[in-house]
Design a protein around this ligand. Sequence first.
Ligand code: C2E
Ligand code: MG
Ligand code: MG
Ligand code: MG
Length: 272
Amino acid sequence: AAKAAGGGSCHVVTQALRERAAHRLTVENDLRRAVEEGELRVHYQPVVDLRDGRRTGFEALVRWAHPRRGLLLPEQFLDVARDCGLLAAVDGLVLEEALGFLARHPGVHVAVNTSARRLDGTFAATVARGLRCRGLSPDRLTVELLEDAIVPGDPVTESELCALATLGVGVLIDDFGTGYSALSYLRRLPVTGLKLDRSFVADLPQDAGSDRIAAAVAGLAGGFGLTSTCEGVETAAQARHLAAQGWQSAQGFHFGVPAPEERWFPLSSGSC
Ligand code: C2E
Ligand code: MG
Ligand code: MG
Ligand code: MG
């Protein structure tokens, strides 16, 4: 009986795996179509100056307006995009859209997320071309990279980051504190800012460990002359606490949720 039960649960596992694989393939085919047919959208979340609460810019965040499943968040499709080689296409669409947003709204600043895979030796040139053909000042754009995207000593990563820095585009380390990289890259690479991961903000101001990490990272940013931003600020108490630690900027539901362009610029014609 034990044997039969074992075989049964094994069968269930295999069945589950098979269903997962089938589901993934469906999402993959669906995503290819979505990219071609323009179902990806960009939402913008405000970034504010913690000292006075004023809005200084936005982060562009991808969404998938799925015809049947509704509005999908990145966690529901970026892994599939990564696995099937579509992430660069997704990032490319978001970059184009964000540049259009900059062109439509003089004076605003935008940050876009970029995957490691896009730092392939052509990325900085693509960014430069996109800015130039729209006559946009490079300091209005920041590129957000996960720590894991930084491969110290990799010549392509380094030349891409240097090219972005020369251009005058900001380079920010996203979700700072959650990656595995050694801090030594801060010494050598032209990074311009740190963004503290929201896991270190969530339990503020009560949690002593979070408090120490947030304070230390603020000090690190200050010491290197980097801009400092924290994400996931959901309460006024968190905002006050982080401001007192010297954090410059913040984003989070307390200040504004990611929303379509029309939400922030209701009177814009939307055309460029
Ligand atoms: P991220 O770059 O760390 O973006 C911040 C995420 O935190 C966003 O999730 C945002 O909606 C969420 N968030 C903002 N404020 C709060 C808050 O107060 N509380 C909580 N609980 N969450 C908050 P979202 O939009 O689901 O994006 C998830 C991740 O997907 C992003 O994390 C980013 O790493 C990635 N991503 C988004 N768009 C793109 C893209 O165009 N390209 C690439 N490569 N990655 C992207
Ligand atoms: Mg980001
Ligand atoms: Mg982040
Ligand atoms: Mg994050």
